[in-house]
Design a protein around this ligand. Sequence first.
Ligand code: PA5
Length: 425
Amino acid sequence: MMKLDSTQALLKEDISSYQEQVSRIHKMIHDKSGAGNDRLGWVDWAENYDKEEFERMIKVAEKLNDKTDCVVVCGIGGSYLGARAAIEMIQGLYPDQAKEVVFIGNTFSSNYISQVLNHIKDKDVVVNVISKSGTTTETALAFRLLKQFMERKYGKEECRERILATTDRSKGTLKELANKEGYETFVIPDDIGGRYSVITPVGLLPMALMGIDIREVMKGLQAAYADLNTDDLSKNDAYQYAVARRILQNQGYNVEMFVTYEPQLQCLGEWFKQLMGESEGKEGKGILPDSATFSTDLHSLGQFIQEGKKVLFETLLAVEKPTLDSVVPTDPDNLDGMNYLAGKNLDWINKMAMKGTLAAHVETGGVPNLQISIPDMSAYSFGYQCYWFFKATAMTCYMLDINPFDQPGVEVYKKNMFKLLGKPE
Ligand code: PA5
């Protein structure tokens, strides 16, 4: 399914020389004996997920399907990025369907929030508010406005059907509010942290509401669970990638640029940045994750990558088969000089740009490139790649002696902000 090619990564060490360390950490992940071991629920989630709840999500989505042309997803961080990455990857940015998804709860921007509320005012709206704690300020504030909007538009009774809450199983402000208002609730498991939670109702419910076949997502997850349940580095490409990152950082590369050639994967890059950044960036350690969409960003960042300071390596996620394709038409006048490409598929051209860029960056620029290939942008592939990156993240963090599952640093800004906002202690 997903393959790593490290032949262009300019590695000065052999990946296989890390076998012993990888075997030890693999055991630690599966025995749940490492740091943050109360957050390893994702490891066996492909088998242990709540089947009843899964079917309930599908039923709710089917029931609401005719009633809605707009799904509003309210959440931030781990309660936002995965769902967006999945929906955009699988359906594209301008999908051929009447229903649209709108994200809110991920900013304090008065402009953004006001525009969203204005944009949805004449639509048939369903809301999925997602927050483990219920106290995340961006999400809680946006939901307060959204709730008022929904109650004015539909009345409290209908809101019971149109507002779905994804939160803690039994505690927290959102759980209390949902119980009081009579909203249907879905569970964020205690042992799966935000950035690993897209495979739970956090990501699956918004996907289902948007008409994505979440059974396919789970099938992909299950396949990856089976394929990657080995410590044998020669058979586990996710672990090879984890090791290659460590080797590259040892060689002095402290920035990883996650590159795709598909605009609909831009948010996957954002998801990747949270996954790696929050998991690894602590105790003064870690590689800074960045992302870029080529060829767009070759016309901006391309200069730095080619000739700037040699701080970064690229991780290229290459999609083998496009979801859609077009053929370049012939133009008798050929005023734009593009006839030399007439009859060629756009995806073929995109792949030639990728090939040419790879050679430019690696051979001329000396920028290491790790290449990960994925067959397509289907729901199945999305599920598969989630587990692939989760496993790689856990391995690469444990190799650095870092707890991959906490994020103590994100509390600092909140403390300062609460003080300025006058939040009661
Ligand atoms: O990774 C994380 O833990 C964060 O990004 C959280 O997911 C984010 O802050 C949202 O938290 P909550 O679901 O409690 O609203």
